[in-house]
Design a protein around this ligand. Structure first.
Ligand SMILES: Nc1ncnc2c1ncn2[C@@H]1O[C@H](COP(=O)(O)OP(=O)(O)OP(=O)(O)O)[C@@H](O)[C@H]1O
Ligand SMILES: [Mg+2]
Length: 249
């Protein structure tokens, strides 16, 4: 990835108040095509709040968002999805009792009409799921398998697959490896690299330096709700980034 890649998403001067609390103050962020931006910061630094502003869950108190160069005002996460931004939440929000395919298409399922009635097209869901899982090289026994039968890594893969099933341009992941065993972490990181190679811009919030240093191209640190430091990965070190998290330069 080079800095000449197209700018997909830009946040300028984002401030967010919750009553008298200032969660974010004048924060800037950019993500380019095929780039992974790592976002780090201590507990309460404002990472999740910033991602919720980017996805339209929270309205910023000040500041503006630009998608592919055009300013957009988001009223809800639906608005950001339409623009091609998807968020993978830390708790994944999957429906354990439903099969993989239905989780991927939840709320956006293909339907077929029989007479005046609309039905979910299960065959189509299965076909589309298999094609999509194949494309991302995600191994599961069958698209019919219920999510509650999957391992943590497979669930994370399904959540990522869901976020990319609708031609996402930007995918935001909040701590995608936090709950995973080492063996599964690698698979999720491989998946992030695969997304990047298809041109998707990825934002990863993580406390794990191993994650940041194996998939990100750039890292930015928030400290007490402000931009504290930022660098290309090859221009910094784990120790320096850990220092930023603690507010040291
Ligand atoms: N809905 C809310 N109402 C009031 N205050 C909030 C709300 N959400 C977040 N905050 C406050 O905003 C600040 C930033 O919180 P945020 O959740 O963004 O931190 P974070 O960097 O994601 O932390 P963590 O690493 O613990 O997930 C904190 O002081 C938090 O208490
Ligand atoms: Mg958080």
């Amino acid at each position: 990835m080079t800095s000449t890649n197209k700018l997909l998403l830009e946040a300028k001067g984002i401030t967010k108040y919750f009553g008298t609390i200032t969660a974010l103050e004048n924060v800037n962020l950019k993500v380019h095509e095929g780039e992974c931006l790592g976002v780090v910061g201590d507990n309460g630094a404002g990472k999740s709040t910033l991602m919720k502003v980017l996805s339209g869950l929270y309205k910023p108190s000040k500041g503006a968002l630009f998608f592919e160069g055009k300013e957009k005002v988001l009223e809800s996460p639906k608005d950001s999805q339409i623009l091609g931004l998807e968020m993978v939440y830390q708790d994944l929000a999957l429906a354990g009792n439903l099969p993989i395919g239905e989780n991927i298409f939840l709320g956006r399922e293909p339907t077929k009409n029989i007479g005046f009635l609309k039905f979910l097209d299960f065959k189509k869901i299965q076909e589309m799921t298999n094609a999509h899982l194949d494309k991302l090289k995600i191994n599961v026994k069958s698209a019919d398998q219920k999510v509650e039968e999957l391992s943590g890594g497979q669930r994370q893969a399904v959540a990522i697959a869901r976020s990319t099933a609708f031609n996402a341009k930007v995918v935001i992941m909040d701590e995608p490896t936090a709950a995973l065993a080492i063996k599964e972490v690698g698979k999720v990181l491989d998946l992030i690299n695969k997304l990047k190679s298809t041109g998707v811009g990825v934002i990863v919030i993580s406390h794990r330096m191993d994650d940041i240093f194996s998939v990100c191209d750039r890292v930015m640190a928030l400290f007490q709700g402000t931009n504290f430091a930022e660098a290309q990965l090859d221009k910094t070190s784990r120790d320096e980034v850990i220092g930023w998290i603690m507010g040291k330069k």
